[in-house]
Design a protein around this ligand. Sequence first.
Ligand code: PAF
Length: 278
Amino acid sequence: MQVIDNLETIRAQASGWRLAGESICVVPTMGALHAGHMSLVEIARAHADRVVAWIFVNPKQFENPEDLAKYPSHMEADIAKLQAAGVDALYAPTPDQIYPEGFATTVSIAGVSEGLCGAGRPGHFDGVATVVTKIFTQTQADCATFGEKDYQQLQVVKRLVADLNLPIDILPCETVRETDGLALSSRNERLSDTDRAIAPALHGALQAASARLRDGEAPGPVIERAKAEIEAAGFTRVEYLELRAARDLAPFKDLDEPARLLVAAHLGKVRLIDNIPV
Ligand code: PAF
């Protein structure tokens, strides 16, 4: 596996593959790879001749400097995992490759970026959309994998691709969970032992709420009850818990169309997100 840290080399490599008629799938990540990321790699391998993994902790999507400073990094272990998984190239650019001096462009997506995580993390999805646009153009990928764990991000990226007619297929991948239901996340390693024991209550509350909704209970009381359950389990604060249309995150109307329950909640200093279909 090649480890590439600059734009010229990834461009040359990607152009070479394309000239040889080979397709490319990119797996965008911020590193600290876990089984969820590796499932994205597997899906990428099944869809293209060449797989490029991307690792870059994108400063523009962190509205909280402490969260950025504490974001885990395990580059050596990540390289070993990607190599073992048969990835062709890891592109881990330096910040100046992505945001050279004078960089002044922001890609901003209205509607689907608003509310949910967009409300609690101002500027976050502008940062995501800007770097994702660069990921797509720099790697010249035919397809890209995105986890459903970041469900709003997935919808933002789909909107970006549709609106800008980007020639890339977005491959959504199901959330990978611990056996107790906790969605895998690089942030889980920042949980204390006590908080790690509490954390699965987030998924538990979503599952119970989804079952109640399917049984015909009214959304308002179901959501209030789920929030109370999460706080009673020991979470410090529920930032949001909302029912939205699964297709585009529009406000929920009825269960005739697929819906999604989405939550963000704080446990100690760690902010966890999760979502499930209803
Ligand atoms: O989901 C992530 O890890 C990041 O938001 C992404 C897509 C790599 C952009 O920095």
